[in-house]
Design a protein around this ligand. Structure first.
Ligand code: ASP
Ligand code: MG
Length: 436
């Protein structure tokens, strides 16, 4: 059984929603995971913020604006009055949930209920649409089987246990529709898998039911070998290993939620990245195997801050790095890149929420210097320690660009450079021209 996930733009208009059946084959048994209609989750975030600030008028206005969009949406989706009426009931219900939260009792619990309405709306409307055109389908509530634990980690065994009987209940049905992104947490409350989490849902379901394949349908034909918004002539990458895909997803390739690689990798479920606008395009296939000895792709991650801690006294002492890392752990701030010398260590973070506190604590170990507005450029491919020439080719390509940090050898498929964000475009273009 395959799992097919469609992102926000793939369900972004009534016409797009109708076109999904060009891709979904209702004669094959499959699970279809849908995101919220594009733009909806952003609007829901704003509604949550309006509630939080207690701005009643703004809350009402924002809810009305979004509801107006859905009123238009259903008018185009449902040509039959009976189904238009059902569609209207669906949106009335979900918008009454949005409207009836109390300002004074507003907490993160209510906020997450708000965020969940986007996927609930898109899937329920699509389910009604399938009824209108006479295609049998079952709507599976993700809140009945998708769960995260106390550490916000999804529980694959729970998915297997809860989802399998749901599927078995309908042996004659081929098409199952469910919500991406949303789940329940350890307390049974409505929660979510973070922004962009619908990919993660698809991969988790794939793992939970040991699916033959997970397909992620977006609006670009697979992962490209560089950022197509910046570099001309980028190419889709036909084949990636899970490790390579994880590095790329984490370091900037927006097409895939970084964590979604891991459940698929663990249960060896192939993941295909495909393009709704060009369903015949080959896209990218992610599996356990990698094309050997090759540079695959370049990605960039902005908003990076580099922190240098210099201490001739301390650095060689054992336990020094542990103390440094403990500071970051205390502030739940993850480190992306690290480089060390005999007298200093540099590392990078992207979440600067606690930078002030972190700097204060690090000052106890030595002098601390910060460099903001940096970008990690990540070159991904198969070039393990036994290969030679890769680092030289990369460095040759950027010899005219000042490099703040270089990280190589952490894994067999990543060489990362830290550059000023103002040098990012030139770095990406120069690498592209010289490596591909
Ligand atoms: N709708 C959610 C978001 O916009 C989840 C997703 O689309 O993947 O982040
Ligand atoms: Mg996405």
């Amino acid at each position: 059984m395959k799992v097919l996930k469609f992102g926000g733009t793939s369900v972004g208009s009534p016409a797009r929603m109708k076109n999904l059946l060009d891709i979904i084959n209702p004669t094959e048994r499959q699970i279809v995971v849908l995101s919220a209609v594009s733009g909806t989750t952003n609007s829901l975030v704003e509604i949550g913020q309006a509630y939080l600030t207690g701005d009643k008028q703004k809350t009402i206005t924002l809810i009305k604006l979004l509801k107006d969009k859905y009123e238009l949406f259903i008018k185009e989706l449902f040509t039959d009055d009976e189904f238009l009426k059902q569609g209207k009931e669906v949106i009335d219900y979900h918008f009454s949930v949005l409207s009836n939260l109390a300002n004074d009792l507003f907490t993160t619990i209510e906020d997450k209920i708000i965020l969940a309405q986007g996927e609930l709306l898109s899937t329920t409307l699509y389910h009604v649409y399938l009824k209108q055109i006479g295609v049998p389908s079952v709507l599976l509530p993700a809140l009945d089987f998708m769960k995260i634990d106390e550490d916000n980690e999804p529980v694959v065994d729970h998915i297997t246990e809860k989802l399998t009987p749901l599927l078995d209940k309908y042996p004659q049905v081929n098409l199952f529709i469910t919500q991406g992104f949303i789940c329940r947490n350890a307390f049974g409350e409505v929660d979510n898998l973070r922004r962009g989490g619908s990919d993660y849902t698809a991969s988790l379901i794939g793992a939970g039911i040991r699916s033959e394949e997970v397909q992620i349908w977006t609006d670009i034909d697979g992962m490209h070998n560089n950022d197509p918004r910046i570099v001309k002539g980028t190419q889709p990458i036909a084949q990636l290993s899970f490790d390579e895909a994880a590095e790329l997803a984490y370091f900037g390739a927006k097409i895939l939620h970084p964590q979604s690689v891991f459940p698929a990798q663990k249960y060896k479920i192939p993941v295909r990245l495909l393009n709704t606008m060009d369903p015949q395009a080959k896209g990218t296939l992610i599996t356990n195997t990698s094309e050997k000895d090759k540079i695959k792709s370049i990605a960039a991650k902005d908003g990076i801050t580099a922190i240098k801690i210099q201490s001739s006294r301390m650095l060689l002492a054992h336990g020094f790095l542990r103390k440094v890392f403990e500071v970051f752990e205390r502030y739940k701030t993850s480190i992306d890149m690290i480089t060390t010398s005999e007298v200093a260590v540099s590392l990078t973070i992207d979440d600067t929420t606690y930078l002030g506190d972190i700097t204060t604590e690090l000052n106890a170990f030595g002098s601390v210097e910060l460099d903001v507005n940096h970008t990690i450029i990540c070159v991904v491919g198969d070039f393990g320690a036994e290969k030679h020439g890769y680092a030289a080719r990369v460095l040759e390509a950027v010899k005219h660009i000042p490099l703040r940090m270089i990280s190589y050898g952490g894994s067999d498929h990543n060489l990362s450079l830290l550059v000023k964000t103002e040098d990012k475009i030139e770095t990406l273009r120069s690498l592209h021209n010289r490596l591909f």
